[in-house]
Design a binder for this molecule. Sequence first.
Ligand code: ADP
Ligand code: ASP
Ligand code: MG
Length: 404
Amino acid sequence: MALVVQKFGGTSVADAERIRNVARIITDTYEAGNSVVVVLSAQGDTTDDLIAKAEELNPKAGKREMDMLLSTGEQISIALCAMTIEGMGYPVVSLTGWQAGMQTNSAYGNARIKRIETERIRVELDQKRIVIVAGFQGINKYGDVTTLGRGGSDTSAVALAAELRADLCQIYTDVDGVYTADPRKVAGAKKLDEITYDEMLELATLGAQVLHNRSVEMAKRYGVNLEVVSSFSGKPGTKVKEVVTTVEKSHVSGVARDKNIARLALVGLADEPGIAFKVFSLLAKERVNVDIILQSIGRGDTKDISFTVTKSDMEQARKVLEEHKAAIGFDHIDVTDNIAKVSIVGAGMINNPGVAANMFEALFAAGINIHMISTSEIKVSVLVDVVDADRAVQVVHEKFFSEA
Ligand code: ADP
Ligand code: ASP
Ligand code: MG
């Protein structure tokens, strides 16, 4: 007998018919003799709809109240799914995040799981019940409801799988697995049979929303046996693991795109020591995360520094730098969010110097201008105009994955 954690995303539980479908997958797993813990997301666009409702009443609503609101979506799903399974004649119980012992820090809207008290779940499993847990939510030390950040139900599932030492954690979604690029946007995207934790973590962080990046980080840390599968097709999915055995033709595993970024450029800084320190320590104090940084070569006595942040941090970054304009000493700031980051990821690229050049060639051939470049052992990212982003992903993907 195995312990299986199964997570179903929003599309998978969007309406009554789909909940019945999910209930069948769950009860089949139970019938096969497994203990089953299920994690559910909110139905369809519920979370977005709740955000819209809040904006109508108070666009500046506090994060605590937002979490109180957003956590309700998942509770609808677990109750509906549990009653469906109950109607099929199986023993089942639904639990909110806090009933399931999901304890988090107090960062409302983006909380981190600190501990999971699994006693209640274990008692229910001992009584042979199917346990259905609300994803994306927990409770902090003040007894307040928290949420884990958009897409966070994946992390709820992997955290539970790690804590319960589950034999398998299955992330059921609306595509057949992890692809070489978003299969809904990129023609010719191919399903991967397996991918390493490291590559998946990069892809998720660089914009592939199929898994929440913190879920992958956690799966790696605890060695969770993780797979991404379709709720609908019944086809084999993608295994996410430490080492993969597939002989890959390409040194690249996938292409990702992120439109949720902004670029700030400080123009006319003094070309002397200590300037970067001043700029980035100010931003760090404001808890603004900086991603790609580019410093120009000094011209005479001035230089420029450009860097990227997430869109939501753009205004705060601009404000703090403007406030310290005199102390830092610069001419002006250019700010834009009409940009996107396009990245290739692959563990094989470190030993293959031509990979980055191939990416740049594809962009050049398509007439797409690159504003910034950043590389690491397993990725190359470029910044392009947002209007070019989708075409950039397509041509880069073709360069590495077309059969010809
Ligand atoms: P869920 O509601 O099941 O959590 P998400 O919408 O969060 O589903 O994630 C699944 C979506 O991720 C897919 O519908 C797909 O459009 C998108 N996606 C982006 N990049 C990839 C990729 N490389 N492989 C698979 N899906 C991807
Ligand atoms: N319902 C939440 C969201 O839409 C969490 C999730 O789906 O994973 O972000
Ligand atoms: Mg998701």
